[in-house]
Design a binder for this molecule. Structure first.
Ligand SMILES: C[S@@+](CC[C@H](N)C(=O)[O-])C[C@H]1O[C@@H](n2cnc3c(N)ncnc32)[C@H](O)[C@@H]1O
Length: 226
């Protein structure tokens, strides 16, 4: 049986935006089409060159579970799904059950920046399209780095003028509709500095029109506070 969230607390803005309706739609899309290109690239690059047999995965903001479920199917031993949305955790749990993987996933309802100390570190830590949902990018990336014993992989929006413009136009509408949610286009340096400071080196990077996919590998211990 899959582990669960106990008395964890979601993230209010995520609970409002990532609700049952969007979770159901995302799960249907995943089942019909498989993961989108950036998620597939993230899965491939996180696993690249590794024997996954005994690996553990922490999937921060896992949504309906595409990344950790794919890594479990490739041989990883166990995964923790930590998400700020109750609806997405439930969707990921149902997909794990459908694929016969529920016994290898623990689902935690939490803000990863607050839950960090209470979570077991993993070999691989994923943040697929999570950085853009969260304002405190330094805190989020520090939490990811602290949880990763080997690699961190992430998908985040490219730091371009047209994406900043699109976010500036869309955010007032999103903010009103969801009482407080906004999309963040963080500066690349702000996303990556906490990883460098924690002893990681970039291993791969790929750009699509909107999304950037990067993996980082631990080469040492933390050297500074980002
Ligand atoms: C845009 S969705 C992406 C879901 C999935 N990774 C994907 O790419 O399809 C962002 C997810 O991250 C979660 N999230 C955002 N910030 C988080 C945080 N600080 N801790 C845990 N979950 C977070 C949200 O609840 C939501 O499920």
């Amino acid at each position: 049986m899959s582990g669960c969230c106990g008395g964890g607390t979601g993230i209010p803005s995520c609970e409002r935006v990532f609700d049952d309706r969007t979770a159901t739609a995302d799960l249907r899309r995943l089942r019909r089409n498989g993961p989108p290109w950036a998620t597939r690239a993230l899965i491939d690059d996180l696993a690249d060159g590794l024997e996954l047999d005994d690996a553990t995965v922490v999937d921060i903001g896992a949504g309906v579970g595409a990344v950790h479920l794919a890594l479990l199917e490739r041989g990883a031993r166990a995964a923790v799904d930590v998400d700020g949305s109750t609806a997405y955790l439930a969707a990921a749990r149902s997909e794990a059950e459908r694929r016969g993987l529920a016994g290898r996933v623990t689902h935690v309802l939490a803000d990863a920046t607050a839950a960090g100390g209470g979570l077991e570190p993993g070999d691989l830590v994923a943040l697929d399209r999570v950085v853009c949902c969260y304002g405190d990018v330094a805190g989020l990336m520090r939490a990811a780095a602290a949880l990763a014993t080997h690699r961190v992989g992430l998908v985040y929006p490219r730091d371009t003028w047209w994406l900043r413009t699109a976010a500036a136009i869309a955010n007032p509408v999103m903010f009103r509709r969801s009482s407080g949610y906004r999309m963040h286009i963080h500066r690349e340096a702000d996303v990556t500095a906490p990883l460098r400071a924690a002893g990681f080196r970039r291993r791969s990077a790929r750009d699509g029109f909107v999304w950037r996919v990067e993996t980082w590998e631990r080469i040492g211990e933390a050297t500074a506070t980002a």
